[in-house]
Design a protein around this ligand. Structure first.
Ligand code: NAD
Length: 299
């Protein structure tokens, strides 16, 4: 079993850290929120006074923070983790951040001889609690092999996407596609319903046809079709519109920096941003169906 420091104990990091405790690792935690630390203390982790203190003499550091600026501040600079970590420590950043910051931290770590990997996740809060997350990793083969030892205690599918930053690129590609096919699924269902079809029957037809996709299969956006989907629970998340807008921004940054033409990605970003601005940021992202149901916009 390993010694692990876990920094960032929010909706995702809290249950991920608990899974490491439950699988027998010695876990030291830190978060700016005292309440988040307290709940991990009750779960069996040791609470440290800072990220650097938590990371003293550990085998692994895992960070799960809101955005690139938090990750840069936590790792870089005189007070950052990289200035204090032992070269035997492997650092894994599981936050969803811009690929440029992931590469910058990766390069700074390599310059100090510290193994670092970006390892963003797919799966959301339920998968974090169940230990079934998918990890998309960017870093060397050797660091990936070391990281697998603890990632398998938090996730079910661990992918090596490529070198530093590749995990964030993979995550951007996936979430842009998710946004696009969710909107397409909503459009198809709404068109069917307006033409007299039952959304459950139409879903069955498309699931058995070439329109089949993940949104239809496990996350139907039409209320009442799928009992456990957020749509049948007033669009309680799930995966918030706020987070989808964040992820689309990161994906389209990648597109811009690599000269890609992503018309569907940009349209998805516009639709989700409008939906967010209309006060729906805290709803599940499948609530984009409501944006398509607003008849007053169509004249
Ligand atoms: P969250 O806001 O619930 O948690 C973030 C935590 O980080 C908070 O507890 C906050 O106090 C802490 N924090 C911020 N700055 C810190 C610092 N300098 N030092 C220590 N702690 C600090 O966010 P979340 O939903 O847990 O998401 C975390 C990351 O995972 C994000 O990058 C998000 O995009 C990504 N993600 C979230 C989901 C989801 O469904 N929530 C799914 C996949 C990926």
């Amino acid at each position: 079993m390993a010694k692990v420091a876990f920094i960032g104990l929010g909706n995702m990091g809290g249950p991920m850290a608990l899974n490491l405790v439950r699988t027998g690792h010695e876990v030291a935690v830190f978060d700016l929120s005292a309440a988040a630390c307290e709940s991990l203390r009750q779960g069996g982790a040791a609470v440290a006074g800072s990220a650097v203190e938590a990371a003293a003499a550990v085998d692994y550091v895992v960070t799960m923070l809101p955005a690139g600026k938090h990750v840069a501040a936590t790792y870089l600079g005189e007070d950052g983790l990289l200035a204090h970590l032992d070269s035997a420590t492997t650092a894994l950043d599981c936050s969803t951040i811009d690929a440029a910051t992931a590469r910058r931290v990766g390069e700074a770590a390599a310059a100090r001889g510290i193994g670092f990997m970006d390892a963003p996740v797919s799966g959301g809060v339920a998968a974090a609690a169940a230990g079934t997350l998918a990890f998309m990793c960017g870093g060397s083969e050797a660091i990936f092999e070391r990281a697998r030892l603890i990632l398998t205690d938090m996730g079910a599918n661990i992918f090596h996407a490529g070198p530093a930053g590749a995990g964030q690129v993979a995550k951007g590609c996936n979430n842009m596609l998710l946004a696009i096919h969710m909107i397409g699924t909503c459009e198809a269902l709404e068109m069917g319903v307006r033409n007299g079809l039952d959304p459950a029957v139409l879903s069955q037809i498309m699931l058995a046809s070439s329109g089949r996709n993940w949104s239809l299969e496990v996350y139907n956006p039409y209320p009442g079709v799928m009992e456990k989907a957020p749509a049948s629970n007033d669009y309680k998340p799930g995966f918030m519109v706020d987070l989808m807008v964040k992820d689309l921004g990161l994906a389209l940054d990648i597109a811009r920096h690599s000269g890609c033409d992503n018309p569907m990605g940009h349209l998805a970003q516009t639709l989700y941003s409008e939906h967010q601005a209309a006060g729906n940021g805290q709803l599940d992202f499948s609530s984009i169906l409501r944006r398509l149901q607003r008849t007053e916009d169509r004249g």
